[in-house]
Design a protein. Structure first.
Length: 242
């Protein structure tokens, strides 16, 4: 069976598909002794080396949901020595990668997997996988300006030279100085919710991702991890095809 070289490397669990593409471009990959080129295909019997070492045999696919706490980074190796989400996974899970990112102060649903193909499809901007964030916001003038700020959140923003817009904004609760909103977006740009709220005149006090595509965080405790059910995995596969 043949497939794209970067796909085979990703399926080995050695690195993500994007990282594999970068390694191929950098000349770090060989196939049967010749330097690989991006777009090349290979079979299961071909000898694939990265940095002169054979890639591992393809791993069994694993899918976990983590309720990420504050104070943890999504990087597997952090140069600043901060706590990594990797520490929260069971050792039996092997090497898993986060699907997308949550910044260090954000919490909630984080999908972890060694399925590089699925990761690419779910994180690519063209996929428009919906993500919902339960967002606690505040403002010194919230009682007076709330409706104005809320109206602004419903309109487009320009982030990184690209126009983005919330798919929906739902008010869950409100007091004189804080409000809880469920904000759903499709692209998931870097710190998108925080930046949108700031531009709307709101300060984000807490940010929790509660849904991603068909997955719901539900009552999974903070810091806890669980395997996805077969039904959830099937739903994700359907999401990636759509």
């Amino acid at each position: 069976m043949t497939c794209r070289l970067q796909k085979r490397i990703a399926e080995s669990g050695l690195m993500s598909r994007r990282a594999a593409e970068e390694a191929i471009r950098a000349g770090r990959v060989t196939v049967n002794g010749h330097q690989a080129v991006l777009g090349e295909s290979c079979s299961d019997t071909d000898s694939v080396l990265v940095d002169g070492r054979p890639i591992p045999a393809a791993e069994d696919k694993q899918y976990y949901m983590l309720n990420k706490p504050r104070g943890y980074v999504c990087s597997l190796h952090d140069e600043k020595g901060r706590r990594s989400v990797r520490e929260l996974l069971p050792k039996s899970a092997g090497r898993l990668y986060p699907v997308g990112r949550l910044d260090i102060m954000s919490e909630g649903l984080l999908l972890m997997t060694n399925d590089g193909e699925l990761t690419l499809r779910l994180t690519h901007p063209s996929g428009q996988v919906l993500k919902t964030y339960r967002t606690t916001v505040g403002s010194g003038d919230l009682a007076v300006n709330f409706e104005k700020c809320l109206s602004r959140l419903h309109r487009p923003f320009v982030l990184d030279d690209t126009e983005v817009c919330a798919k929906s904004v739902e008010v869950i609760s409100r007091s004189d100085d804080t409000a809880v909103l469920d904000i759903t977006v499709g692209e998931g740009r870097n710190r998108e919710i925080r930046r949108m709220c700031e531009m709307a005149g709101l300060q984000v006090l807490r940010l929790v991702r509660i849904a991603e595509g068909p997955l719901l965080l539900g009552r999974l405790p903070t810091g806890a991890v669980r395997r996805l059910t077969e039904e959830e995995i099937s739903s994700l596969m359907k999401e990636q095809r759509e």
